[in-house]
Design a protein around this ligand. Structure first.
Ligand code: SF4
Length: 416
């Protein structure tokens, strides 16, 4: 197996996705050229809906990192950030984006036209430390951009209390006030409600698409995870709804016809942690052994429904829940989520990606591993890698562990 490899996709939606991705990045560049304010922000919070409601352009540096990985641009970006003194032990998103903005950003030959410089920066006081540090570095790099530091309590999902929601709502209102002042645009609250409805519709479609993965054989695998691009960058728009409707139609049809990812699906797998963005082909590797990755932790972050009658509260709750749900902030909730997926999707084995450059999502995996074995009798394997840095991934070591694990799962199934 190669260290970097693209995945083989089965859904026709993959072609459509390339168009959606291209159009989004083109729109970002055009927005800048046309004088529409461009804001850089972390993903997985309620700011995206506010931006679309106010006709502002949201840009997500973290999302740009997987794009860089897919196009083989990360080594150049890492070289720049490491020459600035950033350690190889730090988050790959951080090293990539800092290297990018201090290096290749202004080259003309980048794919997808590169990112436009920010007029606004939404700097989070919440989420993990690396994400905060990314934005502190961006504030220094783009010091002319208007910046707001947004506070967010870090509470496990099960411990969110009314006062946390009230505080998060006050922060949503502070963000709207900041944007109104800096962009001289006024929030239209009817429009915000429409955007939140579109956002909620996208979540409902997302959930429905995921339920079809419980079919045996599953109609699509983790190799198609790129479809989450619309949840990161287009939530709250008709583009996301239209795209997800077309995915749902295709997935539904494949499920009804019994068209699986592979001819002989023997082993159903769950993937924990972020995928290897430079090697999505890793998901196809299991197929050679009649295994398919039918569910993963990362996709759960997008299955939050929004109360469209209370848009501000809905966005506050979304901001409070999204990150804890997939990280170590809410280990119990994450464990429940993995267990539920194991039952709903008839999982035979769990792959725990021990991600060198993402401690917040890796923490807690050993507890989950023990509990999986004890409570559900489901075996798991640890794969050492990195979601961004291919230097921390050994294909040979991966193959040895994956082959042994799949063989054991097949034998276990045959005995049962
Ligand atoms: S959650 Fe992990 S991958 Fe995301 S910014 Fe934080 S350390 Fe990096």
């Amino acid at each position: 197996m190669e260290r970097t490899q693209k995945s083989t996709k089965r859904l026709n939606a993959a072609k459509e996705l390339s168009r959606v991705v291209g159009e989004y990045y083109l729109e970002c560049v055009q927005a800048k050229e046309e004088g529409k304010p461009v804001g850089w922000m972390p993903p997985m919070n309620g700011a995206i809906e506010i931006f679309y409601a106010m006709d502002l352009q949201p840009v997500f540096p973290e999302n740009w990192s997987p794009v860089c990985a897919a196009f083989g641009l990360t080594p150049a970006n890492f070289e720049v950030s490491e020459s600035m003194g950033y350690s190889r032990d730090l988050c790959g998103y951080l090293r990539n984006i800092i290297g990018y903005v201090h290096g290749p950003m202004n080259q003309n030959d980048l794919p997808l036209a590169a990112l436009p410089e920010p007029d606004l920066i939404l700097s989070p006081n919440g989420g993990c430390i690396p994400v905060m540090k990314i934005f502190h570095a961006l504030e220094r790099r783009f010091h002319e951009a208007k910046t707001i530091r947004l506070d967010l309590p870090q509470v496990a999902v099960e411990n969110i209390a009314p006062h946390h929601i009230q505080y998060a709502v006050s922060e949503v209102k502070r963000l709207i006030g900041f944007l109104e002042k800096e962009t001289r645009r006024t929030m239209d609250y009817d429009r915000l409600q429409e955007v939140v409805s579109l956002s909620d519709r996208a979540c409902a479609l997302w959930d429905e698409i995921m339920t079809y993965r419980s079919y045996i054989p599953t109609p699509f695998s983790a190799a198609e995870m790129g479809i989450m691009f619309v949840m990161v960058t287009r939530q709250g728009t008709q583009v996301a709804v239209d795209f997800l409707e077309s995915v749902l139609k295709e997935v539904k049809q494949r499920a009804a016809e019994g068209t699986g990812v592979i001819e002989k699906e023997q082993v159903r797998l769950f993937w924990d942690n972020i995928p290897l963005w430079y090697n999505m082909g890793i998901f196809n590797y299991f197929e050679k052994h009649n295994g398919v990755v039918v569910a993963e932790t990362y996709s759960a972050a997008w299955s939050l429904r929004l109360d469209t009658n209370h848009p501000l509260e809905a966005l506050a709750l979304k901001s409070l829940k999204s990150y804890p749900l997939v990280s170590c902030v809410s280990i119990n909730q994450r464990k429940d989520m993995v267990f539920k997926a194991c039952r709903d999707y008839a999982i035979d084995g769990v792959i725990l990606h021990r991600n060198k450059s993402c401690v917040p999502i890796t923490l807690g995996q050993m507890d989950i591993k023990k509990e999986l074995d004890k409570e559900l009798g489901i075996p798991s394997v640890i794969i050492d890698a990195d979601h961004m840095d291919e230097r921390n991934f050994s294909p040979a070591q991966f193959q040895t562990r994956a082959d042994a694990f799949l063989e054991m799962l097949r034998e276990k199934k045959a005995i049962n």
